[in-house]
Design a protein around this ligand. Structure first.
Ligand code: ZN
Length: 130
């Protein structure tokens, strides 16, 4: 599975940035040429993060378009399709550059805090009427 290797690379970056804090969400930018889709990326991430600080973390996947340059007509644009043909002339003689990056943009951590009790509401069992 192609996504597993990518998920492992992401996990490595996440763990570095989290520095031991539990991670609830990771935002990732992936180039279009990596051909990752969120459901399979998410699945792979859940697999590799088992037992790590990122276990159960959600993924936000943003796909970065690649740059497409047509050698036939000179069209210059961007594409999300790694096998794209020129949208201008329909030719297949195109250069697709970029779009192969994998970047961890940000993470969210769940900071565990002591939540002060509510004196009015935290009184154990509710009184029972006998
Ligand atoms: Zn063209």
């Amino acid at each position: 599975m192609h996504e597993i290797g990518l998920a492992e690379a992401i996990l490595e970056a996440v763990e570095k940035r989290a520095a031991g804090r539990p991670v609830s969400r990771a935002k990732i930018r992936a180039g279009a040429l990596l051909r990752v889709v969120e459901p399979s990326m998410d699945q792979a991430f859940q697999l590799v993060t088992e037992g790590t600080v990122a276990e159960g973390a959600a993924i936000d996947l943003v796909v970065i378009p690649a740059r497409l340059t047509c050698r036939a007509c000179g069209h210059d644009g961007s594409t999300l399709d790694p096998l794209a043909v020129c949208p201008s002339c329909g030719g297949g003689d195109v250069d697709v550059t970029g779009g192969d990056e994998l970047v961890l943009e940000s993470i969210e951590t769940t900071e565990t805090r002591d939540v002060p009790g509510n004196p009015g509401g935290d009184r154990g069992d509710p009184p029972r009427s006998a």
